[in-house]
Write a protein that binds this ligand. Structure first.
Ligand code: C2E
Ligand code: MG
Ligand code: MG
Length: 291
């Protein structure tokens, strides 16, 4: 039976979805090599007149449980793809990251639907990365067929929140991912905890060994940014760089960020918990330009 509080929330959410009162915010992900914008992650926002801002961690699980996840996904993806066209027309050519519930992957024709949505708006599928988190009831390994279909269509796949919950190293080897996102739990205390630093470094090295791009999530401090850069992490995301933005603010944020980047990676040594016998990355001017 559904709890009364959940029922009220579900009802409010359904009305917001049907009446166009949800919106998307977009969090930038930047290269740790040169600070350039790599992609933006679309994050759904619900500002209820009575409840205020309701976090996705509250309503996405309800949408999953009570049959509203497909309409949410389709609305969110269409909105995000349309936004990509607006940015592109304004000269801001970027890539998109979009969160997908593992439940949607149950449907074998879901990759066709995503491809059709991209085609309908003439957004190249290569510009889209889907972010997946493993749920207790939905081991991603079971979804191999669906995941492979996405890759055949050129759509990238990121494993989100890697390192916590149910995600495992085995999945990285078995499944056709293109990117690993290190959970912010490890990023958070990597500068102060040797154990977390070891986990972060291990994930980066392993992912690179398998040919995957690595993103550090939840970067909030300069120390975290420098440490991950020194460890060879490819991409950074977090409040230090930017919170999720309304779409119209991306261009002005990027201008400010490009001006700020050199000061964040200046020649002061990164704060690492222990020297590990590896050299830090060279200064950015001499750095190789890989993505
Ligand atoms: P996620 O995909 O791992 O997204 C990252 C979450 O961390 C976002 O929370 C983001 O605002 C937050 N975050 C980013 N940088 C920092 C930081 O530096 N520090 C801290 N403390 N937090 C940071 P948000 O927007 O509340 O989303 C939570 C989760 O809800 C997402 O986790 C994702 O799993 C899910 N979600 C969000 N939007 C959608 C959507 O459109 N569809 C689906 N299926 N799930 C979504
Ligand atoms: Mg995500
Ligand atoms: Mg995440």
């Amino acid at each position: 039976m559904i709890a009364a509080a959940d029922l009220g929330l579900l009802d409010g959410f359904e009305r917001a979805l049907l009446n166009g009162r949800l919106r998307m915010a977009y969090q930038p992900k930047v290269s740790l090599v040169d600070g350039s914008l790599k992609r933006v992650e679309a994050l759904v926002r619900w500002d209820d007149p009575k409840l205020g801002a309701v976090p996705p961690s509250r309503f996405v699980p309800l949408a999953e449980k009570y049959g509203l996840i497909d309409p949410l996904t389709q609305w969110g993806l269409r909105t995000t793809l349309r936004q990509w066209l607006t940015w592109r027309d304004a000269g801001l050519d970027t890539c998109l990251a979009f969160n997908i519930s593992a439940l949607s992957l149950d449907q074998l024709d879901f990759p066709d639907l995503v491809e059709r949505m991209c085609r309908a708006l003439a957004v190249p599928t290569e510009r889209l990365v889907l972010e997946l988190t493993e749920g207790a009831t939905q081991p991603l390994v079971k979804l191999m067929d669906t995941l492979t279909r996405f890759r055949i269509k050129g759509i990238g796949l990121a494993i989100d929140d890697f390192g916590i919950g149910y995600s495992s190293l085995m999945q990285l080897r078995q499944l056709p991912f293109t990117e690993v996102k290190i959970d912010r739990f490890f990023v958070d205390d990597a500068p102060s905890s040797n154990e977390s630093a070891v986990v972060v470094r291990t994930i980066i090295d392993l992912a690179h060994g398998l040919g995957l791009t690595v993103t550090g999530e939840g970067i909030e401090t300069v120390e975290q940014l420098r440490l991950l850069r020194d460890m060879g992490c490819d991409v950074a995301q977090g409040y230090l760089i930017s919170k999720a933005l309304p779409p119209g603010e991306l261009a002005s944020w990027y201008k400010g960020w490009q001006a700020r980047w050199p000061s964040l990676i200046d020649d002061r040594p990164a704060i690492a918990p222990k020297p590990r016998g590896r050299t830090a990355r060279p200064a950015p001017a001499a750095a190789p330009s890989h993505s």
